[in-house]
Design a protein around this ligand. Sequence first.
Ligand SMILES: [Zn+2]
Ligand SMILES: [Zn+2]
Length: 135
Amino acid sequence: MEPEEQARKLLKAKGLRVTGTRLALVSALMRAPEPASLETAHKLCGHFGGDQATVYRNLQALTAAGVLRAVKGVGRREMFELAAHRHGHAHLACTKCGRVECMEMNDLPARPARPAGWSISDVSVTVWGLCPACR
Ligand SMILES: [Zn+2]
Ligand SMILES: [Zn+2]
């Protein structure tokens, strides 16, 4: 199935309105090998995505709807990936250029032991370092 067709199915399954920007964003992130920043997502969408403010609003809406997951990058910058992408993985972030890459981490607990009174909605682990280009 083509990413555009998969993206359309995913948006409909979540009960979301299918727009050109959303189709462009979700299919671009399906093709992306690593989490994308706002700037990267805007670039990946090309002219289908609209302006950067439109891309930003849609990234937020798709994250709130559970289609995308926000990954914290350097300086609390948010990067985005598909929520369905892979479970049980961590992120490697380069402290110099800000690149973020996915990393297998199979023993990541989905439901870690927690203090009384807390409920857990998500688990995220970021490992910091220098990417091959910055070392
Ligand atoms: Zn780097
Ligand atoms: Zn990831």
